[in-house]
Design a protein around this ligand. Structure first.
Ligand code: HEC
Ligand code: HEC
Ligand code: HEC
Ligand code: HEC
Ligand code: HEC
Length: 186
């Protein structure tokens, strides 16, 4: 299981429509395939741009260049539903000493001194009726990149995979995980 992208090639809506046309000619199986592709394709256009964050945190610097493991900051990822966003204390582990002349680090230090949490803006957000659990996926051997792309190269994290029901189901079918509605819906 390398990447979802291998499973669901990124096609333009136009290409999908052409594929859909071919599918129709090929008969009922083709129609079903085309419907799924068009469904996924139509949703492909809805990925939001990266939100603006209160402090310019750079994953390419921290996870890429400095090689800090994802789990150092996202501590819940192997043990609970939410990966969790690190507390300021985790940042100050280094920034009490490092980068003090950088204005963004000074902003961070000001939050720390005043005891104000940083209001990071959510990048990924499933609807409230959906249940997602990181632990099960990490224990099944999946990499972060399968669902989040190459974060160590991202200056600003952005959602790169659809993470919609079609995509969840495609992988659950492939890996013999549960397809039961109640697994993912509260
Ligand atoms: C030094 C701490 C640190 C490290 C290391 C780190 N992250 Fe993060 N991560 C953050 C912070 C802070 C945020 C919130 C700000 C933002 O979205 O950029 C975040 C946000 C994210 C988000 C978006 C969360 C959302 O709101 O949906 C993803 C996905 C993510 N990180 C994945 C990773 C992956 C994968 C790695 C390892 C390759 C990693 N992170 C390493 C601190 C870290
Ligand atoms: C099977 C897909 C999948 C994998 C693998 C995965 N994630 Fe996520 N991640 C998601 C989804 C879906 C959400 C949004 C969850 C929600 O909105 O409830 C999310 C949200 C997040 C968030 C923000 C919300 C939170 O849970 O705190 C962070 C941070 C994050 N992921 C980090 C990681 C890291 C680090 C890894 C690898 C160790 C990883 N993820 C692996 C699908 C995945
Ligand atoms: C393991 C050490 C370590 C941790 C933990 C860490 N950083 Fe950094 N950070 C660095 C280093 C090293 C630099 C580069 C400093 C320089 O060039 O002077 C840096 C640079 C920065 C910068 C300046 C912009 C840039 O990329 O050069 C910001 C902002 C920043 N970090 C925010 C954070 C935040 C927010 C957290 C917590 C979520 C965090 N850091 C956790 C080591 C760390
Ligand atoms: C790349 C493959 C893949 C993707 C994408 C994926 N899953 Fe999974 N999922 C799995 C595997 C593998 C398991 C573990 C099955 C097991 O442990 O038997 C799992 C388990 C789960 C579980 C059960 C957790 C538990 O507590 O046992 C939930 C809930 C879940 N996934 C929700 C989702 C949702 C929602 C999405 C889409 C946002 C999603 N998954 C996307 C592969 C995937
Ligand atoms: C592996 C996880 C998973 C399973 C299993 C699953 N769903 Fe979903 N479902 C999702 C996710 C993620 C979303 C939200 C994203 C989206 O709209 O595609 C969703 C959204 C929905 C929606 C709302 C669509 C919309 O446009 O907002 C309905 C209705 C739904 N699911 C019904 C079902 C039914 C019925 C089943 C059982 C046959 C089921 N789901 C099984 C993950 C799952």
């Amino acid at each position: 299981m390398e990447s979802i992208r291998a499973l669901l090639p990124r096609l333009t809506f136009r290409q999908l429509a052409v594929l859909g046309g071919i599918g129709v000619v090929l008969g009922a199986g083709g129609i079903a395939t085309a419907a799924v592709l068009i469904f996924l394709g139509a949703r492909g256009g809805t990925l939001r741009p990266a939100p603006e964050q209160p402090i310019a945190f750079d994953h390419a610097r921290h996870a890429g260049e400095l090689g800090i493991p994802c789990e150092f900051c996202h501590r819940g990822v192997e043990t609970q539903a939410a990966a969790t966003i690190p507390s300021l204390e985790q940042c100050m582990f280094c920034h009490a000493v490092v980068g003090k002349e950088n204005p963004e680090v000074q902003l961070l230090a000001a939050h720390w001194e005043e005891g104000r949490a940083v209001d990071w803006v959510r990048v990924h957000r499933l609807p409230d009726h959906v249940r997602f659990v990181h632990e099960a996926h990490i224990l099944a051997g999946l990499e972060c990149s399968t669902c989040h792309g190459e974060v160590p190269t991202m200056k600003v994290v952005k959602q790169v995979e659809n993470l919609n029901m079609g995509m969840c189901m495609a992988c659950h079918r492939e890996m013999s995980a549960s397809l039961d509605c109640a697994t993912c819906h509260k």
